[in-house]
Write a protein that binds this ligand. Structure first.
Ligand SMILES: [Mg+2]
Length: 256
């Protein structure tokens, strides 16, 4: 069960070298925009020596554009772990994932639920992940038709992805190449708000849940059980609360 973020110790705040954050529900406000306070806090973290990166279900072009605006120096992990770069505009890392299983799963579901299951418009910009509209068909009904493909609910969009792809697995794979001589899992802090972040919460010991009021109650239980710490308020305002807390500790220890 997650503890209040105020249990993050000064030692933990100081040992953090890499902060990886989800975007939707974690950096965004209730109106889906990213507030100036998020930009300021990310800048403060980077200035205090924390490498900040993005790990999201969004497409690579969307994340790179946001990465430029945030001026971050860390990795960009897109499509829930299927696509990655070590830095904004860096080289694409070969993770070896194929889109074929998800496309086949979409065709199968469209035949089973004609009219209800449809691909989303932004599939054209996605390389591996397939995003779908499910209308009112319950997730439980859909997953029984899937074999080597997972159906993940971000609280915003439903994603079809080959089993095994996750934000957590991909971040773990990149760690050795981050910074000058790599970063260990204990030196990473991960931030997220939904079921697509569970792999981050499970793999990395230092995780922060940003409460998302839009998340289904059963998924809220799952993420609260998995995350180490929790912000006191939802959305990007919760990110700012916790990230500022960490930046303040680091600034204090820099002076002393
Ligand atoms: Mg999210």
């Amino acid at each position: 069960m997650s503890l209040s973020y105020q249990h993050i110790t000064p030692a933990l705040a100081r040992q953090t070298k890499l902060l990886m954050t989800d975007v939707d529900g974690t950096l965004t406000s209730a109106d889906d925009t990213i507030s100036p306070a998020v930009f300021e806090t990310v800048l403060r973290l980077e200035e205090s020596g924390v490498i900040v990166g993005l790990v999201s279900g969004r497409t690579l072009p969307e994340l790179e554009s946001l990465g430029h605006r945030l001026n971050i120096s860390g990795p960009i992990i897109a499509e829930n772990g299927a696509i990655a770069r070590l830095k904004v505009d860096g080289e694409l890392i070969e993770l070896g994932y194929s889109r074929k299983p998800s496309m086949e799963a979409l065709e199968k579901l469209m035949l089973l639920y004609p009219g209800s299951i449809r691909g989303r418009e932004d599939n054209a910009e996605r390389l591996v992940d397939v995003v779908i509209h499910t209308d009112n068909v319950p997730r439980e009904a859909l997953i029984q038709h899937l074999e080597d493909v997972q159906l993940v609910d971000s609280g915003y969009i439903m994603h079809l992805m080959p089993t095994g792809i996750s934000k957590g697995n991909t971040l773990l794979e990149l760690l050795g190449s981050v910074g000058h001589d790599g970063v260990s899992p204990e030196e990473v802090m991960v931030f997220g708000d939904s079921a697509t972040d569970l792999s981050l919460f499970e793999i990395f010991p230092h995780s922060v849940l940003i409460p998302n009021p839009r998340l289904a109650p059963e998924l809220t239980d799952d993420v609260q059980k998995a995350a180490a710490y929790i912000a006191g308020i939802p959305y990007g305002e919760g990110f700012v609360q916790v990230a500022r807390y960490i930046a303040d500790i680091r600034a204090d220890s820099g002076r002393s």
